[in-house]
Design a protein around this ligand. Structure first.
Ligand SMILES: CC(C)(COP(=O)(O)OP(=O)(O)OC[C@H]1O[C@@H](n2cnc3c(N)ncnc32)[C@H](O)[C@@H]1OP(=O)(O)O)[C@@H](O)C(=O)NCCC(=O)NCCS
Length: 107
């Protein structure tokens, strides 16, 4: 089932993402423990990371997420929506489609 849905999604182009390595070479992933969300831990971590990238003269950073909540978090951190694509890949498991978002920020 997993493989079949994976192949269908692939053929529909749902795994396509634009190349961001030139303008946004750094990537950011974050997952705060549920018990510690909403206490500015994420904001402080991202601020430190962005400062580090600036010191290292990295020109941009991007992140990939399917989380609707994270959209506000990234927008507030100065990221812009670069790309989004709907995916049916996990429909058999989640009983719904989801949207994959790519956010980026120039530094
Ligand atoms: C998204 C995530 C990183 C936010 O971290 P956090 O420490 O809880 O966020 P902060 O407390 O620093 O919040 C900063 C801002 O983000 C926004 N925000 C954070 N969580 C939010 C939520 N659940 N819904 C809407 N906005 C949210 C708010 O605008 C908030 O500012 P405010 O407190 O002034 O309102 C955290 O919830 C998380 O790890 N989620 C699960 C994993 C995930 O989605 N990762 C992103 C993909 S890489």
């Amino acid at each position: 089932m997993f493989l079949l849905h994976g192949i269908c999604s692939f053929l529909k182009g749902e795994f396509f993402t634009p190349s961001l390595s030139r303008e946004y070479p750094a990537i950011f992933h974050i997952n705060i423990d549920k018990n510690f969300r909403g206490f500015s831990v994420g904001s402080r971590l991202i601020e430190k990371y962005l400062n580090f990238l600036k010191e290292e003269k990295v020109c941009g950073v991007h992140c990939v997420t399917i989380s609707e909540e994270a959209k506000t978090f990234f927008t507030k951190a100065g990221f812009k929506l670069l790309f989004k694509i709907k995916s049916t890949f996990l429909r058999f498991r989640l009983y719904r489609d989801f949207t994959c978002y790519i956010f980026g920020r120039k530094l």
